[in-house]
Design a protein around this ligand. Sequence first.
Ligand SMILES: [Zn+2]
Length: 242
Amino acid sequence: MINRLKILYELQLVDDQLDELEELRGDLPHAVESLESKINDIKKSISDKDKEKKESLEKREENEEEIGKHQENQKKFKAQLYQVRNNKEYDALTKEIDHTEDQVKKLEAENNSLADSSKRLTEEIEEVSPQLETLKEELKEKQEDLKVIIKANEKEEVKLKTQRKDIVEKIKKPDYSAYMRIRKAKKGKAVVTIKRSACSGCHNIVPSQRQLEIRRNNRLFFCEYCGRILVSPEVVEQTETD
Ligand SMILES: [Zn+2]
């Protein structure tokens, strides 16, 4: 049974070292992540605006074609005005001419406003572009810094991860689940011991009867205050000297 406890404490020691390596990276992983997300947002907004500009240009070209057609028709109608035989025909033709004129005006107005918004989109893109460059530079620097730190501890990290894997294979599944659950909840320490009659995790006094039970090393005990796994000082000593 003591081995079941020792192996859990061993896992804690390896995880402590992995946590230290993680801490060396400081805020860098988070900073890299947040820069990446900012850059993606800006890129997305630029590409949306580019798309809108392209669609606006296509629409303008379509309208130009339409305007051309109306103008052609108008020319035809105007020529026909000289050949009308009665008022009815004359009225019908002028109505058509007015209609084409209205259509042309409408399309030209639409094109003007499309051109305006296209110009505004171009300005907006130009405005964020330098910001995007700055963020990319910043990201590159942070990534480099992080790479240096990771590289410096690469061997150590690989070694610890291998050790961890070997240890985990020897741990009972429910023990490992409990360990991981507590470790996550307590942000690191899942296995603690008794120091000066107190839980070394939360510093609350462990009743002496409970201390005696824990010292028997024959089952898993959890601190009744913080919920961490409590192992006896003997488990700690034996693991550390192994
Ligand atoms: Zn505790």
